[in-house]
Design a protein around this ligand. Structure first.
Ligand code: SF4
Length: 339
């Protein structure tokens, strides 16, 4: 077999990655008077960022790539791109993120290119739909598969299910789309359904939906079957957070952590948490950092921090006491004796 030259290889990759949406963005960008374009995306699609940069350069643009990966459009890097002289930023991987406290998210022109996972989601649904034990289902999922939501809905209705489409949440822009910090799309319709059908994989997002009190049938293209995330599966984590607050209830010094990432900078939440703690006589210190790492908060002589950044990090910190603002309410139910 003749080895493929690099141009043939690139063309093949472009077909594989489905560059249609990128080409639409490229057409829009060409109509503007831009010289330099920033690029930003999560781990896993970094080769695509390089290829997008090549294509932009082919069309006469200079490019600058944000080195750090991003976990969501909450971490939009338009300010960094602007500092490097960019006129616009292409954020790859996620849809536009709406700030729950209505802060501005974009200072620069930002184009969003959501990543769509090329896995056989519909094949899994077709093969295993009979395992869905419900009549009325809510249809939700993650960005990577929401381009197939309409096809999934039509299929399920054809098989006799009553399907209620999810609405947008507080932070989301696609109907039915769920983020780790926003299952509003499911909460909005929970009262109308017996269970949810979730397009995606892993427990991270379905566990958020489980707070609706309904079972979640996860159509998982990685596991290649449908499995059930039980209702209220986060209850154990919530109890664990309450236990952490109670363990540290007599500590005088408490920290509050927020992020300088635009979509994780929750100043109203900081203020509410501060007032709750000060009501109980605590000395409160507010911290900010772009990306929040547990070791940075060791050495201040503070044993417990309140997380007012990405809500999902509370679940990831195990060594130090790190709790959600809502967990502070248990302080109202206990006696406090400062150490
Ligand atoms: S879960 Fe965290 S990282 Fe993901 S979009 Fe929400 S704030 Fe951003």
């Amino acid at each position: 077999m003749t080895p493929k030259n690099s141009r043939e290889k690139k063309t093949e990759d472009r077909q594989k990655f489905n560059y249609e949406e990128f080409e639409e963005v490229l057409e829009e960008i060409k109509e503007e008077d831009y010289d330099t374009i920033g690029l930003q995306g999560p781990d896993g699609i970094k080769p695509q960022l390089i290829d997008y940069a090549d294509q932009l350069e082919e069309h006469g643009f200079d490019t600058v790539i944000i080195g750090a990966s991003t976990f969501g459009a909450c971490g939009i890097a338009d300010e960094k791109a602007e500092r490097m002289g960019a006129d616009a930023l292409i954020h790859v991987g996620h849809t536009r993120f709406l700030h729950p406290e209505r802060q501005d998210m974009d200072d620069l022109n930002v184009y969003y290119l959501p990543y769509r996972e090329d896995r056989d989601l519909m094949g899994v649904l077709r093969e295993h739909y009979e395992e869905i034990d419900a009549e009325k289902v809510g249809l939700v999922g993650v960005t990577q598969y929401m381009d197939r939501a309409e096809e999934a809905r039509e299929f399920l209705e054809d098989k006799g299910f009553e399907v209620v489409e999810g609405k947008t949440g507080l932070r989301t822009t696609e109907p039915g789309q769920v983020l780790g910090c926003d299952a509003g799309a499911a909460h909005n319709i929970a009262h109308k359904v017996d269970a949810f059908v979730f397009l995606g994989s892993g427990h991270f997002h379905p566990s958020q939906v489980s707070e609706t009190g309904k079972d979640i049938y996860v159509v998982d293209p990685y596991e290649e079957h449908i499995w059930v995330e039980p209702a209220n599966s986060l209850d154990d984590e919530t109890r664990a957070e309450h236990a952490r607050v109670i363990k540290h209830k007599d500590k005088k010094k408490w920290g509050i952590v927020t992020s300088s990432k635009k979509g994780q900078n929750y100043m109203q939440a900081v203020q509410i948490a501060k007032e709750k703690l000060e009501k109980h006589g605590k000395d409160v210190y507010v911290f900010v950092e772009d990306r929040i790492f547990e070791p940075d908060y060791k050495g201040f002589g503070i044993d417990i921090y309140v997380n007012c950044a990405c809500p999902r990090m509370t679940k990831d910190w195990q060594d130090m006491a790190f709790v959600s603002p809502s967990a502070l309410d248990v302080l109202n139910e206990v006696d406090i004796e400062h150490e």
